[in-house]
Design a protein. Structure first.
Length: 359
């Protein structure tokens, strides 16, 4: 159900984000001003202590969807900001929470999430890339993260570092700290306007006041944040699906008589989106109540990725030859949909973890 707050977010995206979409997609424009204005509107504040109809995980997912309806790349940036806010909101360490959370919620400081390597390492997919050494007052961190999005010299992001074989810490870092080097990534086929960098840490000092979780807190903390981390991503897919439904509707004004023979028609896509949103909302409520389990969350995230791919392909088929033009939104949506399928946790990662948990 929409609310006046969500309608405001949608209208703001239509008026301020929609005109930028081509430059974001094809020129790599990073919509920094839009993101900061979204923060002023309360676009990240659902992940706070406020208790009203606009608060909570489900509302933050809905905000991401509203942005993704216009631009999948920017929805991903909003997810990055939301994920960092989620980490700060859920930490048991008041110092780091009080230092950063409100600035992130208000969009005064933009933020990313450098957790892809961590999530894959914990699923035994790849080695942990950051190493930490305990020193007086905190930790010294070294290593390279190849892809961290929605970051810059004036941004924050979260990351983890490995202290020993089975010991880790999680912390907040900013791009202007001594020992942090940001290097541009090779050009992507989509999602260019997301300020994605390869990050090198050279003897970065992380003070205890910037820890989200120390060694003894790490396992419980990851178990706390992971459900929300995954559910928030569904907002990206849902937004792209909604954008694809718009393409189908526009195409059907002239070619509904032949589009009806496609496997995935407009009514089917609309029903799939409605079902996905309902399931996600129920899971978000379970997270809020502290009774969520990971398996149904992984299954719903997988469904979101597969549905986004299928609906984006159908939107292109609905559009026909026009949908193969570079300037047509169906072309962009197809590339955005692939990202939903490969961003951590990717489809293959999700299926692996689902198989393990099911066994």
């Amino acid at each position: 159900m929409s609310t006046p707050f969500l309608e405001t977010i949608k209208l703001h995206a239509q008026q301020n984000l929609r005109p930028l979409v081509t430059k974001i997609d094809q020129e790599g424009l990073y919509p920094k001003d839009y993101l900061m204005e979204l923060g002023k509107l309360g676009g990240f504040s659902a992940l706070s202590d406020q208790k009203d109809e606009n608060s909570g995980l489900a509302n933050q997912i809905a905000v991401i969807q509203a942005v993704g309806r216009e631009c999948g790349a920017t929805a991903f940036s909003v997810w990055c900001q939301s994920a960092c806010a989620w980490y700060l909101y859920n930490t048991s360490r008041p110092a780091v929470r009080e230092k950063y959370l409100q600035k992130v919620l208000e969009g005064k400081v933009l933020a990313g999430t450098g957790m892809s390597n961590t999530i894959k390492h914990l699923s035994k997919i790849e080695k942990h890339l950051l190493q930490a050494e305990k020193v007086a007052g905190g930790y010294r961190v070294n290593g390279i993260l190849p892809w961290v999005s929605n970051i810059g010299e004036d941004h924050l992001w979260a990351a983890t570092a490995q202290v020993s074989e089975d010991q880790f810490v999680m912390f907040i870092v900013s791009g202007n700290q001594k020992g942090v080097i940001l290097n541009p990534c090779p050009q992507f086929s989509a999602l260019e306007g997301t300020n994605t960098f390869a990050v090198r840490f050279n003897d970065l000092f992380v003070p205890e006041s910037d820890l989200l979780a120390d060694i003894e807190e790490f396992d419980d903390y990851i178990a706390t944040i992971k459900p929300g981390f995954i559910l928030l991503q569904i907002g990206i897919g849902a937004g792209i699906i909604e954008g694809c439904i718009q393409i189908m509707q526009e195409s059907n004004t002239l070619t509904a008589h032949v589009n009806q023979y496609l496997d995935l028609t407009l009514p089917v896509a609309t029903e799939k989106l409605s079902s996905l949103k309902q399931e996600t909302s129920q899971l978000a409520q379970q997270v809020k109540e502290g009774r969520a389990t990971l398996l149904p969350i992984l299954k719903t995230r997988l469904d979101a990725a597969e549905t986004t791919l299928a609906v984006a392909q159908s939107a292109a088929l609905h559009a026909g030859a026009k949908g193969y033009l570079m300037r047509h939104s169906a072309q962009r949506r197809s590339r955005e949909a692939i990202f939903v399928a490969i961003v951590t946790p990717a489809i293959k990662h999700l299926r692996q973890d689902i198989a393990r948990l099911s066994a």
